[in-house]
Design a protein around this ligand. Structure first.
Ligand code: ZN
Length: 130
């Protein structure tokens, strides 16, 4: 279920609305819950390739291990992520695997993030609403 975040251009309140589907979002006239304005701008969050796993990774992570992590060393990050994933016995998805592979190859997280197709978000709502 997609959840979109909006800012009301009239009262500047930020809120999020959930929809059954993207089509539902397109069909729905989204209104500000505070002032009922339809003069909204949709906020696009910066998506990080680790965001969705962040909570899970924190839960898996042994703090003492993280303490030894060199954030500037992609290989050690990749190795740590792979170890945590295998210990959890969970399939974290093909994207996770690709990220780990590329970290272990020495590629910087920034570069990986930029090349991952996670920015394929829809353009912000602009015009059409008034
Ligand atoms: Zn408002």
């Amino acid at each position: 279920m997609p959840i979109y975040e909006f800012r009301c251009k009239d009262c500047h309140r930020v809120f999020s609305l959930s929809y059954n589907s993207y089509a539902d979002y397109e069909d729905t006239n989204s209104v500000c819950p505070s002032c009922q304005s339809t003069n909204l701008s949709r906020l696009i969050r910066k998506v990080s390739f680790m965001t969705s796993e962040e909570t899970r990774m924190e839960r898996l992570a042994d703090p003492s291990r993280l303490a030894g992590l060199d954030e500037n060393d992609p290989r050690s990050m990749g190795r740590l992520m792979r170890e945590m994933a295998s210990e959890a016995g969970e399939d974290l998805g093909p994207e996770f695997g690709e990220v780990v592979d590329r970290l272990e190859a020495g590629e910087s997280p920034e570069s990986i993030e930029q090349s991952m197709p996670l920015d394929s978000l829809d353009p912000p709502m602009g015009g059409g609403l008034g």
